[in-house]
Design a protein around this ligand. Structure first.
Ligand code: NAG
Ligand code: NAG
Ligand code: NAG
Ligand code: NAG
Length: 452
């Protein structure tokens, strides 16, 4: 086991104790559920009671219980049947519903007026993060969407020097460094998790592979990526336990929101980013930050700060960038935690410095979608044995905004999936007044006019 896991031992112990207590709470809650209709009140009162008891003898334990209370409350309040819808978008439309689906990520180049999308329809049949393993076949794609031209164009990005791109490419988090046209894609290839680094030529939508980063320790469960400079990046690792190797422990890590995931700092040797490909050059890896439950999206806030989204604790983690000696990989210093009203999947920062966060209000609905989507004829191919796509399950969407200067939080779009579901990432073009949202298990992209 890695040394950084030991650093988390005390925290883990607190969480384990808290979770044991929770089991007790749930047992009582269950009894309460049988004898009373007003179960929500009962759960609240009992959790507070236990937290208070804990505070008497163990502050850390009380804190951990309090955290669990927020988790439970968030999950309860945001269940699809109780969800309060919000819509600040004056106009909106789902575009490209028949061309693309299951897009996890979107990055924006506001100056050039294009977005890059990371989509994988095969997620319906294979999702190692959520433990869906029906068929490993097929590949995902990246798209270049010139949304500001008239008419707009959506083109699949084609690859040169990247044979795996035609048979085994499953992009998740992506990031783009416009200054050097470098495109980073976390790739959940069946043959091994990795980060692919491309040089993109936007006019032709062609990308050539510069290098592939793979490391069983530092890039064990890569999910999101943020480029800091042409040679430095940060990669979130969403789990300590790999679901392929230890499915039960990975599930436990998710459901108990154990803070075992981390951010890896990568420094590429100059050769890695040269057109020559840099084969054989070893990038330097280091631990940038740890102690995060299910680290997912990551984005650079400004020259000095970075935000990380935790998928199983409702909030954002704000870090400042430490300045390590030149050859060392980038490092983060934890500054504060900002509680959000939803479990956050991804974050992006707009050109006005505001953080957009998107997430899944109802985890159970998302899990249901991930388990049942494959049974529907989503591409309307009329395939035998598949159900009509109109009946497909839905999960909710939540897009909010955090203003780090004012310290304010605002909901922009909260939906039960009727309009657009499973929001995993949102970006905003400030200049053109557009907000674009993609959904992990949704058809097309939600294109909306940004409201006041
Ligand atoms: C996946 O593709 C291989 C090779 O084309 C094929 O033999 C196999 O049956 C496919 N698996 C599924 C589950 O569709
Ligand atoms: C989240 O979005 C940011 C920027 O939009 C991107 O850099 C990152 O890779 C994304 N992460 C995930 C997990 O989708
Ligand atoms: C799960 O999805 C199926 C298929 O659409 C649907 O019939 C069912 O009601 C869903 N269950 C929950 C708990 O959302
Ligand atoms: C970056 O954002 C953080 C958080 O709002 C702030 O404290 C910091 O001063 C900002 N840095 C710069 C260089 O603007």
């Amino acid at each position: 086991m890695d040394s950084f896991n030991m650093e988390n031992a005390q925290q883990m112990l607190d969480f384990a104790k808290a979770n044991l207590l929770l089991v007790g709470i749930f047992a009582l809650f269950f009894v309460g559920m049988i004898i009373s209709k007003n179960v929500y009140d009962r759960l609240m009162h009992f959790t507070i009671f236990v937290a208070a008891l804990g505070a008497l003898n163990d502050f850390a334990l009380a804190k951990a219980v309090q955290e669990r209370y927020f988790n439970v409350r968030t999950l309860y309040k945001n269940s699809l049947s109780r969800l309060e819808k919000v819509d600040t978008f004056p106009t909106k439309a789902v575009v490209y519903a028949d061309q693309i689906r299951n897009c996890e990520d979107i990055v924006l180049n506001e100056d050039a007026g294009f977005a890059i999308l990371s989509c994988d329809p095969t997620r319906d049949f294979w999702n190692a993060v959520m433990d869906i393993r029906i068929s490993p076949n097929g590949t995902g794609s990246l798209y270049l969407w010139s949304y500001a031209t008239s008419p707009p164009s959506l083109r699949p990005i084609t690859f040169s020097d990247f044979p795996a791109g035609t048979t085994d490419f499953h992009p998740l988090g992506i990031d783009y460094d416009a200054a050097t046209s470098t495109l980073y894609a976390v790739d959940h290839a069946r043959s091994g998790l990795r980060v692919d680094v491309f040089r993109l030529d936007p006019p032709t939508a062609r990308a050539s592979l510069l290098t592939t980063l793979a490391d069983p320790t530092h890039l064990r469960t890569p999910n999101g990526v943020a480029a800091l400079s042409p040679t430095e990046l940060l990669v979130t690792n969403d789990h300590f336990f790999v679901s392929d190797e230890r499915p039960w422990l990975a599930l436990l890590e998710t459901y108990l929101s154990l803070p075992l995931s981390w951010v890896t700092g990568v420094r590429l040797a100059p050769d890695d980013t040269s057109a020559a490909g840099g084969a054989g050059v070893k990038p330097a890896y280091g631990l940038a930050a740890d102690g995060i439950p299910f680290a997912n999206g990551i984005a650079r806030l400004n020259a000095t700060h970075v935000v990380v989204a935790a998928c199983t604790r409702p909030g954002l983690y704000l870090y400042s960038l430490a300045e390590p000696a030149e050859p060392a990989p980038p490092k983060l210093v934890f500054e504060r935690y900002v509680r959000t009203p939803v479990m956050v999947d991804n974050v992006s920062v707009d050109s006005a410095g505001k953080v957009l966060f998107s997430g899944h209000p109802d985890a159970a609905a998302l899990v249901n979608v991930s388990k049942t989507n494959h049974a529907f004829d989503l591409d309307a191919k009329g395939e035998e044995g598949e159900k009509a796509r109109e009946g497909r399950p839905r999960s909710g969407s939540w897009v909010g905004e955090w203003d780090p200067v004012e310290g304010t939080l605002r909901d922009l779009f909260v939906d039960d999936g009727t309009v657009y579901g499973s929001s995993s990432s949102a970006v905003r073009d400030v200049k053109r007044g557009l907000t674009l949202v993609v959904g992990l298990y949704e058809r097309g992209v939600l294109m909306a006019e940004t409201g006041a």
